[in-house]
Design a protein around this ligand. Structure first.
Ligand code: HEC
Length: 247
């Protein structure tokens, strides 16, 4: 009985960590497709243009990325390298870590594994839910990462949105408000659906970077399973042959 209880407690653990990580705001589902090279290429372009000033992808090389998302080394050199790096280099940036800490209060993390540590839905929601908040140093807050130290670097694309709250009474009878959505108060250069699609591309790219070998692994997996099925048939027939005189 005790063992069953412990097993049950362990089973609920992953659920608990997710619940504590979402800052009260439910993550939206990221509509990503790892097979869509066009989407991955658009995501890579957004990343090098808008994120790499502060964030690196230290465990990823430009030429590996090129091959995996359907680009040539030349295309990457011309369109995606702004740091003076060579095409075989790791995707580092020139942001000095100690100064970054002074500017933002926290060093912008390397994002190579962020899709695996936080999940794609979290990332998608994070990028969609920056909102105006004059009490914060950069004038914005985030729904899923309250008091994030990152400015809304994509405000020119998305525009600026204000939070919409629902007011209700909590258990003690006090008024409490929960964030339910947003209202676009200043449009950006993209329409809301365009911005959503762009963020799906960016998250798709970050998910690829987190596990570049994923598609290959799945393809190999199919062959491994086929091999095992075939091996089972052969071994079964062998067993029958060996034991036929005994029985
Ligand atoms: C001006 C610098 C700057 C730029 C540009 C920038 N970020 Fe950030 N980012 C930060 C800082 C600083 C943090 C750390 C925030 C914290 O921990 O409070 C951060 C944190 C993050 C996190 C981690 C959130 C978490 O839950 O820990 C993600 C994901 C992220 N950034 C994604 C992006 C993406 C995607 C872009 C490009 C669209 C981008 N950032 C552009 C400064 C920047």
């Amino acid at each position: 009985m005790k063992k069953i209880l412990i097993a049950l407690a362990l089973l609920t653990l992953p659920g608990l960590t997710v619940a504590s990580g979402d800052g009260g705001f439910h993550p939206m589902t990221a509509p990503i497709d790892p097979h869509n090279d066009a989407s991955l290429q658009k995501g890579a372009k957004l990343f090098v243009n808008y994120c790499m000033g502060c964030h690196s992808l230290e465990h990823q090389r430009y030429n590996r990325m090129a091959r995996d998302i359907g680009l040539t080394d030349e295309q990457v050199k011309e369109n995606l390298i702004f740091t003076g790096a060579k095409v075989g280099d790791l995707m580092k940036n020139a942001m000095p870590k100690t100064e970054a800490k002074q500017w933002f209060g926290v060093t912008p993390p390397d994002l190579t594994l962020i899709a695996r540590s936080r999940g794609v839905d979290y990332l998608y929601t994070y990028l969609l839910t920056f909102y105006e908040d004059s009490s914060r140093p950069f004038g914005v807050n985030n729904a899923i990462f309250p008091n994030a130290g990152m400015p809304h670097v994509l405000w020119q694309l998305q525009g600026m949105q204000k939070p919409v709250y629902a007011v209700h009474k909590n258990a003690e009878g006090h008024e409490a408000k929960t964030l339910t959505g947003f209202e676009l108060v200043q449009p950006g250069s993209m329409s809301p659906p365009e911005y959503k699609e762009a963020m799906a591309d960016l998250v798709n790219f970050l998910a690829y970077v987190g596990e570049p070998i994923k598609l290959e692994r799945q393809a190999i997996g199919i062959w491994v399973v086929l091999f095992l099925v075939l091996a089972f048939v052969v071994f079964y027939l062998l067993k029958k042959e060996y034991w036929k005189d005994v029985h």
